[in-house]
Design a binder for this molecule. Structure first.
Ligand SMILES: Nc1ncnc2c1ncn2[C@@H]1O[C@H](COP(=O)(O)OP(=O)(O)OP(=O)(O)O)[C@@H](O)[C@H]1O
Length: 487
């Protein structure tokens, strides 16, 4: 049971169905496993053959930031007739954060009870943070989403969300990043993020600072965890297919194109800062953690000199210093670039090369023995080992993309525009754009046809008769009827 992040228990209403699947009455929610409920026997763990239920009616998954943290479990409605949680209809395609004992209901009357495996709130930990629990229209919920060097990310809710309540839909959860600066002024991260509006960049709603120097950045809660957790299995990172990698890389490239053309360099691109909407292939990803992002003046060709970033992902021209504690405190201002020429936005492309290398092979290219000294040595040499067995199944165009991003000389390294024109990306551009429209921008898919040959990773689509849209009058379930009327 210790692999379980939560449990879904079938709480069946026998007057509405007598399907034999109810022999299994517990489903464990585990890391990297999305539970689907619906009619499709090939994709769903719980299947029900009822025309009011969609092929994949809803999806449930859990995220645990690290082994010590309390998991967060989510449900997303993907149906025609809606999924109900505690008698309120979920907004379609919007993940909802589950709480202990939540009751999930499908239109055929089947009910499930969600149980958390650990106490969900961390009140003691939260009171130690000395933060405000309410701020204007926000309430901070004592559930931790993740933690980093600079602060913690917690769940937040809007105090009054009248429009949603009136519609009978569940209120959405948000995230709040809390950074203690000991100074009562806004941090650069908030200032930069406030100016950015791009589908692949974390969206912030408000930021504020309290009297003791806690900065609160209220933002979207991205529910699929980060790319590091997605690739992690036990102690190692596992590779994902080229197609899946490319869909993620394409989205990061679009975000970087937007950033670089607006004079912003992220400077800390890594697996942990790429957030997934759902932990499954082909999902939307967003860049987060702009804590050390930098605005530069494009016209003056200003270069940066501060040594920042995470060594494993850090471009050679950015430079390192051996003292990790110093590095963490961000007080370093020197670059070890021998000519002290500084660096520019191409440092993000290097990090993207490292990320691509890890996604394709499960191996971090310059990690060596993991010590900072060995990483620095390997990064400076820039030597890549395409002869390693992990590279055997990988196409030449993917290797060439990685090679072009991981050029020690910035003159030879591609910029973001050139990266988008690398063969690996360019030859799939049409498909990538269609998937992007459908999955990221969620444009109606009727006219979007995805070539199945390209779609190497997906579970084959099994054709089922269409589910039937319920009219509230015909709905046999009184509770659902009530909820649907309210919409
Ligand atoms: N909006 C969000 N939605 C969901 N998860 C998030 C969100 N923001 C951050 N996280 C999670 O919290 C973790 C820490 O957040 P973040 O990277 O912003 O903190 P940090 O202190 O700047 O970290 P670092 O040590 O990497 O600089 C992330 O790796 C991610 O897993």
């Amino acid at each position: 049971m210790d692999r379980a992040l939560g449990v879904l228990e079938v709480d069946y209403d026998s007057t509405l169905d007598s399907s034999p699947q109810f022999i299994v009455n517990h489903y464990q929610i585990e890391t990297n496993k999305v539970l689907k409920l619906g009619r499709n026997v090939h994709e769903c763990v719980y299947t029900v053959n009822h025309p009011s239920v969609s092929s994949v009616h809803c999806m449930i998954w859990g995220i645990r930031f690290d082994p010590e943290s309390v998991p967060l479990c989510y449900i997303k409605d993907t149906s025609l007739n809606g999924t109900v949680v505690n008698e309120q209809v979920l907004e379609r395609e919007v993940p909802y954060l589950l709480s202990n004992q939540d009751v999930i209901q499908l239109p055929n009357g089947a009910r499930f009870k969600f149980s958390a495996v650990k106490s969900e709130t961390m009140s003691q930990f939260i009171s130690g943070l000395r933060i405000k629990r309410e701020w204007e229209r926000w309430e901070i919920v004592p559930r931790v989403v993740g933690s980093g060097t600079f602060g913690h990310v917690l769940v937040a809710k809007q105090l009054t969300d009248d429009s949603k309540n009136r519609a009978g839909k569940r209120a959405v959860s948000y995230a709040v990043k809390i950074i203690n600066t000991a100074k009562t002024r806004m941090v650069k991260e908030a200032t930069i993020l406030e100016k950015l509006n791009h589908p692949n960049i974390i969206r912030i709603h408000q930021s504020c600072v309290d009297a003791i120097g806690n900065v609160y950045i209220f933002q979207d809660l991205v529910s699929g965890g980060d790319l590091f957790s997605y690739l992690a299995r036990g102690d190692c990172l596992v590779p994902i297919s080229e197609t899946e990698s490319l869909i993620i890389i394409y989205q990061i490239l679009l975000a970087l194109k937007f950033l670089h053309s607006n004079g912003i360099v992220h400077r800390d691109l890594k697996l942990d800062n790429i957030l997934l909407h759902t932990p499954e292939p082909c999902t939307k990803v967003v860049l987060a953690d702009f804590g050390i992002a930098k605005e530069f003046s494009r016209s003056s060709k200003e270069r940066m000199h501060t040594v920042v970033g995470t060594p494993e992902y850090c471009a050679p021209e950015v430079g390192f210093k051996a003292d990790r504690n110093f590095y963490r405190s961000f007080s370093r201002t020197a670059t070890l670039d021998p000519d002290n020429n500084g660096y520019d936005s191409k440092c993000d492309i290097w990090s993207l090369g490292v990320i691509t290398h890890i996604m394709l092979t499960g191996v971090s290219p310059f990690y060596g023995d993991g010590s900072e000294a060995s990483i620095v040595k390997n990064v400076r040499s820039g030597r890549l080992n395409f002869g390693a067995k992990q590279w055997i199944p990988i196409t030449d165009s993917a290797k060439s993309f990685v090679r072009k991003c991981l050029q020690v000389s910035t003159l030879n390294r591609c910029n973001v525009e050139e990266a988008l024109h690398q063969v690996w990306v360019e030859k799939h551009l049409g498909q990538l754009e269609r998937i992007y429209q459908k999955k990221v921008l969620q444009v109606s898919s009727d006219r979007i046809k995805i070539d199945e040959n390209f779609d190497a990773f997906t579970v084959a689509k099994h054709k089922l008769p269409k589910s039937v849209k319920l009219s509230p009058e015909k709905n046999p379930n009184k509770r659902l009827k009530l909820s649907l009327h309210n919409t």
